[in-house]
Design a protein around this ligand. Sequence first.
Ligand SMILES: Cc1cc2nc3c(=O)[nH]c(=O)nc-3n(C[C@H](O)[C@H](O)[C@H](O)COP(=O)(O)OP(=O)(O)OC[C@H]3O[C@@H](n4cnc5c(N)ncnc54)[C@H](O)[C@@H]3O)c2cc1C
Length: 538
Amino acid sequence: MDKGTPSFDAVIVGAGFSGMYMLKSLRDKLGLKVKVYEAGDTVGGTWYWNRYPGARCDSDSYIYCYTFDKQLLQEWEWSERYPEQDEILRYLEHVAKRHDLKRDIQFNTRVTGGEYDEASNLWQVHTDKGETVTARFLIPAVGTLSYANIPQYKGLEKFRGKWYHTSNFPKEGVDFTAKRVAVVGTGATAVQAIPEIAQQAKQLVVFQRTANYCVPARNGKVDPELVKARKADYDNIVKRIRESFFGQEHYFIPKSALEVSREERERELDKRWDTGGFAFWLANYQDMFFNKEANEVIADYLKRKIRATVKDPKVAEKLIPKGYYYGTKRQPLDTNYFETFNKDNVLLVDAKADGPIEEITEKGIRAGGKEYEVDVIVFATGFDAMTGPLKALNLKGRGGRTLDKEWAEGPHTYLGISVVGFPNLFAITGPQSPSVLSNMPVSIEQHVDWVTDCIDNMRKTGKTIIEATRQAQDQWVAHVNEVVNMTLMTSANSWYMSANIAGKPRAFLPYLGPEGVGGYRKKCDEVAAKGYEGFALS
Ligand SMILES: Cc1cc2nc3c(=O)[nH]c(=O)nc-3n(C[C@H](O)[C@H](O)[C@H](O)COP(=O)(O)OP(=O)(O)OC[C@H]3O[C@@H](n4cnc5c(N)ncnc54)[C@H](O)[C@@H]3O)c2cc1C
């Protein structure tokens, strides 16, 4: 039964792209009393925290933005194809100001726990400032890549130099001039940071666990005529990305990579290579994610590019990806990444060829029995993706159940939005939704709009409790796994597969639907149209 008056209609955790729009939507569309808690000292989320050299988005800027504010789409001018972190942060600050969001956001405040109280049907939410508030709805907008993975190397506390994780760089930046620097990791972040750090550092040692397939970003100013044309066509662009597979204007070639001649295939691959960005990954032959042979001919193209760029064949060999299929890990976009390994001040230490990192010493890093002395260590080791930030909320649902226990074998959600036993809790871009496999603003806006409509519907129909049913959740989990099991994605030790975190149960984290973002949106809309099918409402 519904007792008690909550402090807020809704509490939102996080003030990145998701939390900001969720606040705008619930407050300004529905007139709800909303409070946002944010650990950082301003808005921006990812773009507040990730200040490492070279940090920028990999989605094209004309679609890496909100679409709910049509006037802003016309007014805002991005300086480049992929703007840098500070520019995206400036954009989000502008949005916050334009929509007067900050008055309902409490910064420098981390949510440390929450319990669903069955008697009052309210969430009690605790913060690190010692506050407890209550809310009818709890909306974690905590991000998917926001819980840093700091590897537990032996000896880190002994290191006499400075160390940083890329997602928590000092605001004033780090001056690498005349420094000996180590970068640990070679994922998408490292691929952005390494060429920049190499330009400053006296010496750079890169510690690689897994070599990565990189494609050129081809950043730069966008032709003003193209910008104009896109602005004139935004309504159609928005429609297209919402209905697309990946929330981007990329479409598979509707052919097998194996049915065409080598010449034709090379022409198509060259086109994508020259275009730069995600085209090579997401607009390639349609069987690339399914067929091993098709995948191999495409991977071979990228391997040839590495060999043609890296002058020392031994170094090139270490940089050639091995043991997994192309495209099954997050695609890094590079600007002079492989070229950087031709520099005299750059050394590559590969876990397989040279030996893995054994420990951090007072003076540096010991790997393969050899000590590499450095002044600064940069951990570009990524995140406990998707489930990490949600589990860190320490939530207790019905009967005190925890996400740790519910997700002991990987995430179990309904549509990536809701979890059985956690009523009135809506995750934005949660596990088992397209999320990190999409251009995220598209998925964020879809979830926020869906949740807003759902809450509005509940109010209009006099309902106060919504909770996924066990049957709907089980079916969704089975569907998520069935679809991805048809692809090569599950064969990689990727963070998509939870494989980057020791002890994390091996499970595919996002949803790779048969029709991607567009099909998923249709499914969510159908669920709503059928009176929130798969949810129990009371
Ligand atoms: C380096 C990098 C590059 C990226 N590039 C792209 C790209 O090109 N294209 C793309 O689509 N996506 C990209 N992403 C993904 C990116 O995270 C999303 O695009 C988007 O910014 C997510 O917004 P969000 O609001 O959901 O989450 P976030 O931006 O992660 O914001 C979550 C916020 O929640 C706060 N928070 C978390 N837990 C708590 C708590 N317990 N209490 C209080 N506050 C809390 C955090 O401090 C954070 O500010 C990138 C991510 C990274 C890390």
